[in-house]
Design a protein around this ligand. Structure first.
Ligand SMILES: Cc1cc2nc3c(=O)[nH]c(=O)nc-3n(C[C@H](O)[C@H](O)[C@H](O)COP(=O)(O)OP(=O)(O)OC[C@H]3O[C@@H](n4cnc5c(N)ncnc54)[C@H](O)[C@@H]3O)c2cc1C
Length: 371
């Protein structure tokens, strides 16, 4: 398993039930990159329909993990309010329609008055197109979830190699040789869960990349009055900003998407300044200082749904990439799907009813078929 973010760690846990697994991670800790920088919302209305469906399939696990998996609850009530201006109503209608297609049955369109009742500090002009209210969105304890997967994987016998970048993979008989700086591993199967580095790992194995695009997103923690503690996450449908209560203040993001190479992402001053400006335009809060700022890479496939499945040209090489802005909320369902693919077992029973078939995730959809 290459990559110790939420994708690789959750999949290692799932696979370790029936297989020998070694998780290999460049950094000296798990979850340093996208996973450690997330806003961590379990929402069934944000993103591609497929990731919303995967989030719905993940909800039972996140709300009620298996006995002994975690020693405290991994989610808490939050709610999510999409807001929009008059010119944004078509976008709000689209979200409400997707929700009603079975992925978020309790979400509903609200008028401007109801949106203002939910968050009185919103400026009426920012919400004159009304909103979509998703009452069952929940906050996820990402650190707790990642630690529980890592601990569970260890208990199931998985090995961890931290501070161990994979330099290359080469085919060897029916499997692979995986080259580290000071060691060589052999494996029947390689799972590429390297996040923003997914295409680089494939290239190092002589495999055609999928065209993954890391997009930098900025977030910051700002001081705010006590009243914000009971707010839901508020997300502007026109991608101006989003914010939610966090650590006695607000987590605020300008919802930016700057194309990036796979790197240790850093926030840019102008993106943080833009976030403060958008908060002032959207709410009556007067915020001028920032307690902490950071950035992370959300890595997308060309169609913005994840890629999970065997590479068509390289037997034993399984892709698990392109989780975009949804890798936390979709991790349990994706991990179950990886276990099915790698273990050659039936597709998870709950996914077809939600409209997710293996073909929806198959990386082959990005590789041109030879004539
Ligand atoms: C600001 C922000 C807000 C977000 N909000 C949400 C949200 O509300 N809900 C949600 O579900 N998701 C959210 N996300 C998205 C979520 O964080 C990601 O989808 C998820 O963390 C991706 O996990 P990953 O394991 O694929 O990637 P990563 O966490 O980046 O892990 C990939 C790992 O692979 C390792 N690696 C790379 N190359 C190699 C190599 N050659 N050898 C060994 N290891 C290697 C890297 O070091 C890295 O640790 C947000 C992200 C950001 C940045």
């Amino acid at each position: 398993m290459i990559g110790g973010g939420i994708a690789g760690t959750s999949a290692a846990w799932a696979l370790a039930e029936h297989h020998d697994v070694t998780l290999v991670e460049t950094e000296r800790e798990l979850g340093v990159h996208a996973t450690g920088r997330s806003a961590a919302i379990l929402s069934e209305t944000v993103g591609h329909r497929t990731v919303c469906a995967l989030a719905r399939a993940s909800r039972p696990f996140l709300e009620q993990p298996p006995v002994g998996f975690a020693d405290h609850p991994l989610t808490a009530p939050r709610g999510l309010l999409w807001i929009g201006r008059r010119e944004d109503t078509a976008l709000l209608d689209q979200i409400a329609a997707m929700a009603a297609s079975g992925v978020a049955p309790t979400a509903r369109r609200v008028d401007p008055e109801e949106a203002l009742r939910l968050v009185p500090a919103l400026r009426p002009a920012a919400v004159d197109g009304g909103g979509v209210w998703e009452p069952d969105a929940r906050a996820v304890d990402v650190a707790g979830l990642l630690a529980a997967y890592a601990r569970g994987a260890r208990h199931r016998g998985a090995h961890q190699r931290l501070g161990a970048p994979v330099r290359a993979c080469t085919p060897r008989g029916d499997g692979w040789t995986v080259l580290l700086d000071d060691d060589t591993l052999v494996a029947d199967v390689v799972v590429n869960a390297a996040g923003a580095w997914g295409d680089a790992v494939a290239t190092s194995a002589g495999i055609t990349p999928l065209g993954l695009q890391p997009l930098r997103r900025t977030a910051c923690l700002v001081p705010a009055p006590d009243e914000v503690a009971s707010w839901p996450l508020v997300m502007d449908v026109g991608e101006r900003c989003y914010f939610e209560p966090e650590s006695g203040g607000l987590l605020l993001s300008p919802a930016d998407e700057h194309p990036s190479d796979p790197v240790d992402a850093r926030p840019e001053t102008e993106d943080v300044a833009w976030a403060l400006e958008m908060l002032a335009e959207t709410t009556t809060l007067d915020v001028r200082t920032v307690r902490r700022e950071w950035a992370g890479l959300r890595t997308f496939t060309p169609d913005r749904a994840p890629a999970l499945g065997w590479d068509g040209g390289a037997p034993g090489f399984c892709w698990l990439v392109g989780q975009g802005g949804a890798g936390i909320k979709s991790a349990p369902a994706m991990a179950a799907a990886v276990a099915a693919v790698v273990g050659d077992r039936p597709w998870p029973a709950d996914l077809p009813a939600l409209g997710v078939a293996p073909a929806d995730l198959d990386p082959a959809r990005f590789v041109p078929t030879p004539r």
